[in-house]
Design a protein around this ligand. Sequence first.
Ligand SMILES: Nc1ncnc2c1ncn2[C@@H]1O[C@H](COP(=O)(O)OP(=O)(O)OP(=O)(O)O)[C@@H](O)[C@H]1O
Length: 259
Amino acid sequence: MKTIIEMRDISWVRDGKTLLQDVDWSVEEHQHWAILGLNGSGKTTLLNMLNGYQWPTTGRISVLGQTFGEVDVRELRRSIGWVSSSLQEKLYVNEKAENLVVSGKFASIGLYEQPTDEDYEKARSLMEQLQCAHLYNRTYQTCSQGEKQKLLIARALMASPKLLILDEATNGLDFISREALLSSIEWLSQQPDAPHMIYVTHHTEEILPIFSHTLLLRRGEVFAAGPTREVLQDDHLSAFFEMPVELTWRHDRAWLAKR
Ligand SMILES: Nc1ncnc2c1ncn2[C@@H]1O[C@H](COP(=O)(O)OP(=O)(O)OP(=O)(O)O)[C@@H](O)[C@H]1O
């Protein structure tokens, strides 16, 4: 089995505060993972490290078999798709949807290289598959939040990444848009060349059955990591949230309530 992500003894210290501590985490081939954590638990910091934007104070990271410190991270980033709202803030709001999606091929914000006709065909086909082809000639700023998220996923898929990170992808979506986005993610996982997915969320019910494994992150430490059904249990989560909670499983998704 190939290891997709390996983090060993990761810590990150800033201004005398330990914000990540002794993080050990492995993602193996054919696994999709969810990361669940409260605000400030260190999720974004962990993702920044996976993309080589932040370096750990101690520890070792390898992604897709490449060890950080020994590889050109800019090159490695071409194999990693990252969909996050922080990325949205950096995007050009006046960019046309088609150009925004195509720019994913070059892992650039804006288009500086000349795309080919095939690139535009691929962009259109991805948008059709994600059911957002009607936005082709629209500018990014005129799209709704749900439409924007789909465009960002299509953009990330342009480079045929081996790893796709979805960071709070359903932020700001209404119920219908959220379920539509989750269906697209499920559809994506069923494609023959599907990337390995890391889905970061605050909500247990968004952890689709395709996410075989879940990592619980609390105050910069791994609270639990393993098969989703083992990790998402009442006792475990009550200890995690430091509040009595109970889960109801419906359609293979875990709905959380305060006990
Ligand atoms: N550059 C920085 N300097 C100092 N502290 C930082 C820095 N970046 C993050 N932190 C702190 O590290 C902790 C973890 O932040 P992080 O953004 O990783 O959490 P998160 O789990 O992504 O939170 P949220 O769910 O709210 O997005 C927070 O306490 C945050 O204030």
